[in-house]
Design a protein around this ligand. Structure first.
Ligand code: MV4
Length: 445
């Protein structure tokens, strides 16, 4: 087992990893930028190393500084959290070259799943349902035009180096294809330096339902059921829940088994998430595979009573998984509390938290790194807390979420609390009747 783990991240996920390490008797090393000198992950880690100034590119993304911190503290593993270097194949490779265990996917796996067209080709080989479309990258516009006619409009053009909606265009009619093709390639080139595009039949008003999986070093994988992440604004998840209100036992088994088949086919090691698009007929199609722990992992932990960070560390140290699958015994909802103003286009609202009261009570979990007097730096992601409520039924979990949101006091900055509070009163949300289109029609009062 590892003696000392360096957490190459900040904020709530750094605290989350430190907590589990302490419970496992593993020493921890925090890395921090000068903007995070007063952060709680610095305070609660056994050791802390300043790795540079505020800008991420000079600190949390600076591979040489992080490796140096691991060397001088003699850390035998690095947990990357999510975001930052968590899906950076080069970082995974450099850790391996320095004999530091990267608690995440191998460089080869990150590359294979990071390239969306190659991920899709892999899933087709594995026999996982995928959206009908091109076999790999589209070489010319003529080929694209011909294939769109064969598939039938509407179609979706997607960047192979993309993800999270960048370099993606929905095309509803033939006359719009040329411009969409050029715009998407230009955007992909600008964002990823790779304008490789592929095409799929457009799935109208899909749900985003993802399956948590864990694979071990013996080639075995299991699933821990689903998370419904359909409530998103500009590809930013706002709230997630498990079980999905759209799920049936059959669909859960079919999706869970497909995700396990995918993980075992690629011999996936560690915690991962297989994202699916689900249409209104409950057909599901592979969308993407994430090779990291996700922001929303706590709702899964709450309903199957399982520490996913501990599992990541155990699997990385070679401990085999039990192999059984996990099914929700409860209902859990997560609301992402961001330092953003929902009444002004969700624009960031950094600054000092002058007063803070964190909700509690039965079935309430708050994963956060903020404290009263904390200065939210403008350099990083705007999420400051995750409010998670868990109960026997969805109705009770929603009720508990309303009570907890009303109790959550954060003064000195704007937050998305008012948005979440209104969401919990929205009839379509309460009915579980929402897709990825939901936020397009949501008007905050
Ligand atoms: C799609 C789709 C409809 N049809 N693919 C969005 C980002 C990336 N995860 C893929 N996405 C989509 N791919 C086909 N063939 C609709 C989306 C989509 C979406 C998917 C999940 C969650 C939110 C979304 C918001 C807009 C579009």
């Amino acid at each position: 087992m590892f003696k000392k783990i360096l957490i190459a991240n900040r904020g709530e996920i750094a605290l989350r990893v430190i907590r589990t390490c302490k419970e496992m008797g593993i020493k921890t090393v925090a890395v921090y930028s000068t903007a995070d000198a007063d952060s709680l992950h610095v305070r609660f880690a056994d050791e802390a190393v300043c790795i540079g100034p505020a800008p991420s590119s000079e600190s949390y993304l600076k591979i040489s500084s992080i490796i140096a911190a691991a060397e001088i503290t003699n850390a035998d593993a690095i947990h990357p959290g999510y975001g930052f270097l968590s899906e950076n194949a080069n970082f995974s490779k450099i850790c391996e070259e320095h004999d530091i265990k990267f608690i995440g996917a191998s460089a080869e796996m990150i590359d294979r799943m990071g390239d969306k067209a190659s991920a899709k080709a892999t899933m087709i080989e594995a026999g996982v349902p995928t959206v009908p479309g091109s076999e790999g990258i589209l070489e010319t516009f003529e080929e694209t035009e011909k294939l769109a006619e064969e598939i039938g409009y509407p179609v979706m053009l997607k960047a192979t180096a993309g993800g999270g909606g960048k370099g993606m265009r929905a095309v509803w009619a033939a006359e719009d294809l040329k411009k969409a093709w050029e715009d998407a390639r230009q955007e992909a080139k600008a964002c990823f330096g790779n304008d490789g595009m592929y095409m799929e039949k457009l799935i109208e008003e899909p749900r985003h339902i993802e399956i948590q999986i864990v694979g071990d070093s013996k080639g075995k994988a299991c699933h821990l059921s689903e998370r419904d992440c359909s409530v998103q604004r500009r590809h930013q998840k706002l709230t997630e829940e498990t079980p999905s209100p759209f799920m049936t036992d059959k669909l859960r088994n079919d999706m869970g088994n497909a995700a396990v088949k995918a993980a075992e086919f690629i011999k996936y090691e560690g915690a991962g998430t297989v994202e699916f698009l689900v249409d209104k007929h409950r057909n599901f199609y592979f969308m993407e595979m994430n090779t990291r722990i996700q922001v929303e992992h706590p709702i899964t932990e709450e309903v199957v009573n399982y520490d996913l960070i501990q599992e990541q560390i155990l699997v990385a140290s070679g401990v085999p998984i039990s192999g059984k699958n996990y099914f929700p015994e409860l209902h859990s909802i997560e609301c992402r509390i961001n330092a953003e103003d929902p009444y002004n286009g969700f624009r960031p609202s950094p600054g000092k938290i002058t007063n803070l009261h964190i909700p509690g009570g039965h079935g309430v979990r708050v994963d956060t790194h903020v404290y009263s007097g904390y200065m939210i730096p403008p350099n990083y992601d705007s999420m400051i807390a995750k409010l998670i409520t868990t109960a026997q039924t969805r109705e009770e979990a929603i009720n508990k979420m309303k009570r907890a949101l009303d109790e959550f006091i954060i003064e000195g900055i704007k937050t998305t609390i008012p948005f979440h509070r209104q969401l919990m009163d929205h009839p379509d949300y309460i009915a579980g009747d929402y897709t990825t289109k939901f936020m397009e029609d949501f008007e905050i009062q």
